[in-house]
Design a protein around this ligand. Sequence first.
Ligand code: GAL
Length: 418
Amino acid sequence: MKTFARALCGAVSMIAVTAAAPALAEPKAEVLHYWTSGGEAKAVQALQEAFAARGGEWVDAPVAGGGGDAQAAVLRARVLAGDPPAAVQIKGPNIQEWAEAGALGDLTAVATAQDWDKVLPEAIQNIVKYEGKYVAVPVNVHRVDWIWANPEVLAKVGAEVPTTWEEFNETADKLQAAGIIPLAHGGQPWQDATVFETVVLGIGGTDFYRKALVELDMDALGSDTMVAVFDQMRKMRGYVDPDFPGRDWNLATAMVMRGEAAMQIMGDWAKGEFAAAGKVPGVDYVCASTPSDNGYLLNSDSFAMFNVSGDDNVEGQAVLAELILGTEFQETFNLFKGSIPARTDVPRAEFDDCAIKSMDDMVAAAEGGTLLGSMAHEIAQAGAVRGAFIDVATAHFNSDMSSQDAVDQLVKAIKLAQ
Ligand code: GAL
C-alpha cells in the first residue's frame, strides 16, 4: 500500500541512530510536539531541562492544538519540504507509516544498550517497532477512558462518581435539575471522538469495541448496539453547557476544578492539569474509569527520530532516545504529564492512586484480553479511517441527527475510508 509517507519520502533507507557521532558533536535536537497546556508544558519542560543537563541544545517546535491534528499537518509539510525536525511526538500506526517510508532512524543501538525488550510491555513494543526494529521511543502510557469529577459538586446532589451508564445519566439528570453543568466538554472533533469511544466501550463492551473500532466489522458498525451508543451520545450532548463549542480540553478540566461542572470524560492528561494546579486526587478531584467490562483504552506518546543530517543532530537524537526511557526521567515526566511510565520497572512510590490504578488495570486488561487501542488518539486507527469515525461522531454530537442515521453514515464512511 503506497502510503502518503512513502509517496512523500520515496525510497529512503533507515539510518541508524547511535551515540557514535564524532567526539566533537554537540547534541542538538529540534523537537516537534503539541504539548502546550499547563500540565503538558511542565512535562515537556522537564524533557528540555534533562536534555540541557546532558549538554543538549533543544530547539522547541510546539504546535498548539490538543489531540495533535495540527501538528501532524506541520510534520507532513516539513517532510514535503525536505526539512524534517529531528524528533517528533508521534503515535500508533503513523509510526509504522513513516517507518515504512524510510523516514525514521533506527534506534536499535540505544534500545539494546537500555534493554527495552525487557522493560516495555508487549503492547507498547508493537507500537514502536517496525519490522522488529525500534523506530520510536515511547515516553508514556495514557489511559483514555477516565471520568474526572469534583466530589464537592457531586455531593450537592448526594452522588458519587457513577459506575454504570444508567447511574451516569441519573446523576447527570439530578445535577441538571439542580442547575449544575453535569459534563464539562470541549466541542472539538477529537474530544467528541474521545467521549464516543468510551461510550462504545461502555455500552457495547470490550468485544464490541474491538469488532467495531479495531476490526471495522460492518455488522458491528451497523448494529443496534451502535444505535444504542449514539442514543447515549445524544444524552451526553444534553449534559454539556451551551458554551462548549470550540473549547480546549484543558479549559473543560478547569471547569471541574473550579466546581463549575461536575465531571469531564478525558484521558489522564487531564490529571496533569489538576497536578499543575496543585490539586490533590481523592480530595479536590476524583478519578474513575468510565463504566465498562474492565476495558482499558490505551494511548501512548512516542518520539520518532526523523532522518536528518549533521553530527550534532544525530548525537542529539541518540541522547534524547536514551534519556526519554531512562528510569529517572520516566518518573519525572509522567508525574507532570498525568500518564504512567512506558517502562514497567519505575518505582511506584511517587505516583498517586489514579496512576497506580492505571498501572494495575493495564496489567489486568493485558492479561484478560481487554486492553484496547484508542481510536480517537491514533493507536487503533489513524488516517482516513480515524477521520471517518471522528467526522460522524462529531456531526451527530453537533446536530439533531438520529442515531439510526448516524449509524448508516458511519457504515458508509468507514467503507469509503478503507
Ligand atoms: C493526546 C496526546 C496526549 C495529550 C492529549 C491532549 O493525543 O497523546 O499526550 O497531550 O492529546 O493534547
